[in-house]
Design a protein around this ligand. Sequence first.
Ligand SMILES: NC(=O)c1ccc[n+]([C@@H]2O[C@H](COP(=O)([O-])OP(=O)(O)OC[C@H]3O[C@@H](n4cnc5c(N)ncnc54)[C@H](OP(=O)(O)O)[C@@H]3O)[C@@H](O)[C@H]2O)c1
Length: 257
Amino acid sequence: MEITNKKIMITGANRGIGHAFAEACAKEKAHLILAIRKADDKLIKDLKKLGASSVEIIECDLISREGVEALAKKMNQREIDLLFNNAGQLTGGLIETQPLDDIYKMFQVNVNALVHLTQSVLPQMIKRKSGKIINHASVSAVMHFPCASTYAASKAAVWAFTDCIEQELKGTGVSTLCLFTPGIKTRMFDQIDELYSKNIDVVNDSISPQEYAQKILNAVKKDWTYLEPKGATGIAFQMAQHFKGIFNWGVGQKFKR
Ligand SMILES: NC(=O)c1ccc[n+]([C@@H]2O[C@H](COP(=O)([O-])OP(=O)(O)OC[C@H]3O[C@@H](n4cnc5c(N)ncnc54)[C@H](OP(=O)(O)O)[C@@H]3O)[C@@H](O)[C@H]2O)c1
């Protein structure tokens, strides 16, 4: 899918990967609709300066079903060409130590909101026989580490959901892209250390959000179904799928209770 002049809606576009992707789309002269928690005039100005054809902010909080419903209603008053379900939260630590409130909130944002917004936008896309949904999973959907239990479960759910609808959508003109994102240097990446490092040696390998946004853009333009990691993480990603015993043994060496 080409991006120029398309209406692109991104959740969590005020920082991190969502923000970098908004910048990349602005340079392609897209119309941007940013679903973020707090209005930000400077963000609008900066993206217009980069070349965006238009920039609109819809204030929303995905933490409740009502918040997502309100966003879905506003979204459906616009003809969205591409929805990027990017907003996400991180949980971590030994399962008995993870606050239940945080787990509930994380599943609401990472899974429920993503499913709700996808379901909501699809009828308009199917009617127009065109559109794309990008769902933000993670390498954690496949690479299962101790301390990542609930977050990994949320991202595995994103993968399964996206995989199922990709098949349902064949022949409709609407497509999906599932991101198996590796370490990207964002606020969330810094939280990994905080939440996991007491019990597991955290790998500090990461690339910038800007570099990753270019990879997402390339995957969109080439209509890929998945964006998988390359390099050392790519090898570990394949090991986790095809040689699970060896992968789990290796991970076990880095873990202590
Ligand atoms: N960074 C990585 O290494 C990595 C790896 C794999 C997957 N991912 C995925 O990438 C996506 C983006 O994360 P990031 O790395 O860019 O992290 P980030 O910088 O922490 O950004 C997270 C974004 O989600 C938004 N968000 C969180 N809770 C929300 C809520 N209740 N309502 C609306 N927006 C909410 C945040 O808004 P506020 O600023 O208002 O909090 C922020 O814009 C996530 O889905 C994450 O799971 C990241």
